[in-house]
Design a protein around this ligand. Structure first.
Ligand code: TXA
Ligand code: MG
Length: 312
């Protein structure tokens, strides 16, 4: 059911799980200092216990409750990007429950850029919040997605459509070289520009082997529809009704196409919603017009999510 932010604060203080909006995707939140609340998050989502959770904060005072040390580089990135879709790893204080970090010595923290999330966290203190999808679904970007994944049983605060639409960039300053564990809207180039240093992007294989970001090893959501690349020229005439076609540059016209008119931010905002719609409407195929990393700041994160949906 949909609840108010005040009701969410009450529920969270009582140790209940509540879905809340953030600028990236909806999160399934629980108090970061309540072990049974955190355990319920793993249960509700069916999440493996070795996949750690991000802690969401609304102030630097709250960060200091969680972490032993904030390096100069971390400070620089916080200045540049918080509140916003960048998650940073820090050495954790003993008070941070091992359940949150899956036994790892580091805790992942971010300050979301959504007025409702910030207002709730101000009242409750730090909240753990994985993406609020049930496993097997893409991350929810609208309140309807959360309601449908849990048949309305998980209370959710309506914060409208998530403005970023894909999950935050996860960055480790604790690895040498500095490594992006999960690409997101805050790009490698932007981080390099701010730090004046080269930054690596972990391949899936590296994350796997080094277990740098345990979540990377789990199979991700793939729509029932087959996802494939297809450019506008190939498309013309080949099908009209069979596929849902997503394109940023092309000008294909059909009732089943969704054009984003060179707007990668719009594309990102809608990607997971379109995946869900394709399956609801029974499309056997989602065709996506190819694009390149260089096309936009968000392109590499979008390529990452699309490749995962392809099962690559
Ligand atoms: O945008 C987001 O980050 C959303 C919203 C709700 O804030 N949250 C989100 O959480 O995507 P989740 O749990 O779906 O993904 C968190 C990712 C996982 O890949 C997890 O393995 C990684 O962050 N992670 C969390 N804590 C970590 C840690 N201590 N060390 C390495 N990776 C960590
Ligand atoms: Mg997730």
């Amino acid at each position: 059911m949909v609840i108010s932010s005040q009701e969410a604060v009450n529920q969270l203080k009582k140790g209940k799980a509540v879905a809340i909006p953030t600028e990236t995707v909806y999160g399934l939140a629980a108090s970061a200092f309540n072990l049974s609340a955190i355990e319920s998050i793993f249960e509700i989502k069916g999440r493996p216990s070795d996949n750690p959770l991000i802690v969401h904060i609304n102030s630097i005072e709250q960060l200091n409750l969680l972490v032993k040390d904030v390096s100069d580089e971390a400070r620089t990135l916080i200045q540049a990007f918080w509140p916003g879709p960048l998650t940073l790893l820090f050495p954790k204080k003993d008070e941070v429950l091992d359940k949150i970090t899956a036994g790892l010595p580091n805790v992942a923290v971010r300050m979301p850029e959504h007025p409702i999330a910030l207002e709730i966290i101000q009242e409750t203190g730090p909240l753990v919040a994985p993406s609020a999808n049930r496993s097997g679904s893409p991350s929810p970007t609208r309140v309807e997605h959360v309601l449908s994944d849990y048949n309305g049983f998980i209370p959710v605060v309506d914060g409208g459509k998530c403005q970023v639409g894909i999950e935050s960039t996860v960055l480790s300053l604790l690895h040498e070289p500095i490594t992006i564990l999960r690409p997101g809207k805050i790009s490698k180039e932007h981080i390099e520009f701010v730090l004046h240093k080269p930054v690596e992007v972990a391949t899936m294989k590296e994350s796997h082997e080094k277990v740098m970001s345990p979540g990377m090893k789990y199979t991700h959501y793939s729509p029932k529809a087959k996802v494939r690349w297809m450019n506008t020229l190939e498309l013309e005439g080949e099908f009209d009704k069979k596929s849902l076609y997503l394109h940023v540059f092309g000008s294909f016209n059909s009732e089943h196409h969704k054009g984003f008119n060179r707007d990668f931010n719009h594309f990102s905002r809608e990607l997971f919603d379109q995946f869900r719609k394709a399956d609801e409407q029974g499309f056997p195929e989602i065709a996506i017009e190819p694009f390149r990393n260089e096309d936009h700041e968000m392109a590499s994160a979008l390529l990452n999510r699309i490749q995962k949906a392809m099962g690559v």
